[in-house]
Ligand binder design. Structure first.
Ligand code: GLN
Length: 227
């Protein structure tokens, strides 16, 4: 359990395969403490986790080889936010169409791997993601999956022009078919950091923090969670 690290969450990036270096760099570029996760013990003291893009078949194998499956599920159950890009989305999907077994059933969605076929193997597009504001996201798709079904608890965050779903959120879990970390896009990482800070600071949202402009002489302020 993390205590009173108000405003300074630490986010782990699963670093067994794929583009974890770009996620670490993106987090550090916005001033977020970021750390590589390879072993279950690397998850200690982490307030959020990113599952990067890469090859989901390799990532699933390495998650099992290093005994990471149950500790990651436990982290998610604790309410810490998780964010998966591309292969990271596949790894967190409850259903993978056409065969593969579920790895971490954290998102009530069905995904289809490599859903864009050979001609459109990789492409980039401007994508509206309303929760991130009016400026579109420059979205990079690389042999990307599509989300074919979403359960009732899943919010759709973005669709392509033809209506296909490419970004979702279910409670503390976010996932995108595309790679913001390859396009200098930081807003998904900022959102994750905000969610991680809320998770790390139990006073956040509980109405227990003193209003900054209504201080009445006593010390008050950051770190004081006593009630
Ligand atoms: N095609 C990969 C897979 O199915 C995902 C590609 C990616 O993460 N960019 O695992």
């Amino acid at each position: 359990m993390s205590t009173a690290r108000a405003g300074a969450p630490r986010i782990g990036v699963l670093a067994v395969q794929g583009d974890f270096a770009e996620h670490l760099a993106t987090l550090r570029s916005i001033g977020v403490a970021a750390t590589e996760v390879r072993l279950p013990s690397d998850l200690d003291g982490i307030d959020g986790l990113i599952l990067p893009g890469g090859e989901s078949t390799a990532i699933r194998r390495l998650i099992d080889r290093w005994g990471l499956r149950e500790p990651i599920l436990e982290l998610a159950r604790s309410g810490a936010p998780l964010y998966g890009t591309c292969a990271g989305l596949i790894v967190m999907a409850r259903d993978i169409v056409d065969g593969d077994a579920t790895v971490l059933p954290l998102l009530d969605v069905a995904v289809r791997r490599n859903a864009f076929g050979r001609q459109l193997d990789s492409f980039e597009t401007e994508l509206l993601v309303p929760v991130l504001g009016d400026q579109p996201v420059h979205a990079v798709f690389i042999r990307a999956p599509i989300i074919e079904r979403t359960g009732p608890g899943v919010d759709v965050l973005a669709t392509l022009d033809d209506g296909r779903i490419v970004a979702v959120r279910e409670r503390n879990v976010i996932a995108t078919s595309f790679h913001p970390e390859l396009a200098g896009e930081t807003r998904f990482h900022r959102l994750l950091a905000t969610m991680a800070a809320e998770h790390a600071d139990p006073a956040e949202g509980a109405g227990r923090r003193r209003h900054p402009t209504r201080r009445t002489g006593s010390a008050g302020g950051a770190g004081s969670t006593a009630s």
